[in-house]
Design a protein around this ligand. Structure first.
Ligand code: PEP
Length: 257
C-alpha cells in the first residue's frame, strides 16, 4: 500500500493574503510528515501563487476542475495541458458540487478523466450518493455506476495512476460524516470492482474519504482498512485543523507539529 494521501479542496475560498498566511502556517510542518502525500487544490487564479509556495516543499499542487477538451472555443474553460504547465499533479473530477450545480454527467466526468490521463496528470474521481439514494438503499449501485462508467471507457489501466474519493453528498459541508463502517463498506466495494479487473492496481489505488472530515473524526475514519486518506474541504482552510487531519492520516501518531 502506498503512503496515505490527504488532499485539500479550498473550493472558491481564499485571497492572496489569506493563502500566503495559511501556506506559511502549513508547509514546514507538513513537510515533517514524511510518510504522507499531501495535495492542495486552490481556485484557478491562485495556482501560480500556491505553486511558488510549494516549490521548496514535498506538497503537490492540484486543481478543482478541468475541461474535457484540449483547446479551442470553450470560453471559461481550462485544459489539462494548461494545468500541467502550472505544476498541477492532482485534478479533482466529478465533485458533487459540480455534478449538482453544473449538471456534470458521468459521461462528461469520464471525458475529463481521459483528458487528465492524456496530460499525464492524476485524476481524482469523486463519487458518492445523495441522501435520497442512501435512504432508498441505492448507495452501492450509484457509486458502482459512477466508477463503472469511467472503467468501461478507460479500462483498468486508466486507474493505475488515479485516485478515487468517496464523498457521500449528504456529508459534504454539512457537518454530518459517514460512520467509519459506512465509509469502509463503500470503499471496500469500490476496491472490489477494480480488483475484479486487476488486483494489483486495485490494491495500490488511493481511495479517499471526503465529507466533513475534521480533526476529531479523522483518526477513526482513516483507521478503516480501505480508507487511504481524505479529501478535505472546509477544514483544509484552517491550519491547525488541517495539520491535525494530516497527522491522523500519517502512520505513527507521535508528532508534535
Ligand atoms: C469537499 O469539498 O470535497 C469536501 C469533502 O468538503 P467538506 O470537507 O467541507 O465536507
Amino acid at each position: 500500500m502506498p503512503a496515505p494521501l490527504v488532499i485539500a479542496n479550498w473550493k472558491m475560498n481564499g485571497s492572496l493574503e489569506k493563502n500566503a498566511r495559511l501556506l506559511n502556517q502549513l508547509l514546514t510542518k507538513l513537510d515533517t510528515l514524511e510518510y504522507l502525500e499531501v495535495g492542495i487544490c486552490p481556485p484557478f487564479p491562485y495556482l501560480p501563487q500556491v505553486s511558488d509556495h510549494l516549490s521548496q516543499s514535498r506538497i503537490n499542487l492540484g486543481a478543482q476542475n478541468v475541461s474535457a477538451f484540449e483547446a479551442g472555443a470553450y470560453t471559461g474553460e481550462v485544459s489539462a495541458a494548461m494545468l500541467r504547465e502550472f505544476g498541477c499533479r492532482y485534478i479533482l473530477l466529478g465533485h458533487s458540487e459540480r455534478r449538482l450545480l453544473c449538471q456534470e454527467s458521468n459521461d462528461q466526468v469520464t471525458a475529463k478523466f481521459e483528458a487528465v490521463l492524456k496530460a499525464e496528470l492524476t485524476p481524482v474521481l469523486c463519487v458518492g450518493e445523495t441522501l435520497e439514494h442512501r435512504q432508498r438503499g441505492e448507495s452501492e449501485s450509484v457509486v458502482s455506476t459512477q466508477v463503472q462508467t469511467v472503467l468501461d471507457r478507460v479500462g483498468i489501466q486508466g486507474f493505475a495512476n488515479a485516485v478515487i474519493a468517496y464523498e457521500p453528498v449528504w456529508a459534504i459541508g454539512t457537518g454530518e460524516t459517514a460512520t467509519p463502517e459506512q465509509a469502509q463498506a463503500v470503499h471496500a466495494q469500490i476496491r472490489r470492482i477494480l480488483a475484479g479487473h486487476d488486483a494489483a492496481i486495485a490494491n495500490q489505488l488511493h481511495i479517499l474519504y471526503g465529507g466533513s472530515v475534521n480533526a476529531a473524526n479523522a483518526q477513526t475514519l482513516f483507521s478503516q482498512k480501505d480508507v487511504d486518506g481524505g479529501l478535505v474541504g472546509g477544514a483544509s482552510l484552517e491550519a491547525n485543523a488541517f495539520l491535525e487531519i494530516c497527522k491522523a492520516a500519517h502512520p505513527g501518531t507521535h508528532f508534535d507539529l
